[in-house]
Design a protein around this ligand. Structure first.
Ligand code: NAD
Length: 256
């Protein structure tokens, strides 16, 4: 219940899916949580729900592709809750699913803007608060697509691979300041992102879902909480000696 007591955490893309599970579990574990997203209605509903359960939570409209949005949201969150100790860089989009020779520059840039620049902007503007707090923990949500090729979504693979190495470089850069950086590499987790991806690329959603589930040795799709519990661990002091690491949570998908 109290694994994150006295911590202030910001979660980008926190209104739904994996981000929402991170917000819920972090709030339950005693953190004050800043939810940053562009889905204002979903964000407001989540905040109302968690406040009714006693959570200290606040929502900010924030497009992670815009540096000014992140700077003002993170500054406002630190002011509202008195500090900032953790950041979950979760906001992301799947982007175009075409082979590389058919991808346009605009389609490429759209994915990098959110999935790579968003992580850079958020990290950059969280760091001054971590300096003040004399420590911090950043959890970057990469993907198995940042580890292996899946022969799909080329801009997404590039972005998630970049996030993996941004994590390790920042881990070394800021270790002396006790600011930790780790990446998580989920397999297929059942969220709107995967549902929309399967709908767009297959005529039969249920058959496609069953096939993707079967491609994981554990025989199922992941759930948002499968990721959120690892995020809680990495934000907490239980992981105080963990930095620059990559956590593969994929039901065995990449173990072959
Ligand atoms: P989702 O689409 O359900 O949720 C993504 C969230 O990010 C939404 O709330 C959305 O509004 C927000 N978001 C998108 N663009 C944004 C922007 N520009 N600014 C602010 N918020 C923005 O997806 P999800 O499956 O929960 O994905 C969360 C993260 O996990 C993503 O980074 C994704 O790449 C990664 N991931 C997901 C899976 C999976 O199978 N679902 C697997 C590996 C990695």
């Amino acid at each position: 219940m109290h694994r994150l007591r006295d911590k202030v955490i910001a979660v980008t893309g926190g209104a739904q899916g994996i981000g929402r599970a991170c917000v819920e579990r972090a709030a339950e574990e005693g953190a004050a949580v800043a939810v940053l997203d562009v889905l204002d209605q979903e964000g407001a509903a989540l905040i109302a729900d968690l406040r009714a359960k006693g959570g200290a939570v606040e929502y900010w409209h924030c497009d992670v592709a815009h540096e000014a949005d992140l700077r003002s949201a993170l500054d406002a969150a630190a002011k509202r809750f008195g500090a900032l100790h953790g950041l979950v860089n979760n906001a992301g989009i799947a982007g175009i699913n075409r082979p590389t020779h058919e991808v346009t520059e605009a389609q490429w840039d759209a994915v990098q803007s959110v999935n790579v620049k968003g992580v850079f902007f958020a990290t950059k503007h969280a760091l001054p608060h971590f300096f003040q707090a004399k420590g911090g923990s950043v959890v970057n949500i990469s993907s198995i697509a940042g580890l292996v090729g899946l022969a799909s979504v080329p801009p997404y693979h590039a972005a998630k691979g970049a996030v993996r190495l941004m994590t390790k470089n920042d881990a070394i850069q800021y270790a002396s300041k006790q600011i930790r950086f780790n990446s998580i590499h989920p397999g297929y987790i059942w969220t709107a992102m995967v549902e929309n991806h399967l709908k767009a690329n297959s005529p039969n959603l249920e058959a496609a879902k069953a096939a993707v589930a079967a491609s994981h040795p554990l025989g199922r799709l992941g759930a948002p909480d499968d990721i959120a519990w690892c995020v809680v661990y990495l934000l907490s002091d239980e992981s105080a000696f963990v930095t620059g690491a990559e956590f593969v949570i994929d039901g065995g998908y990449t173990a072959r």
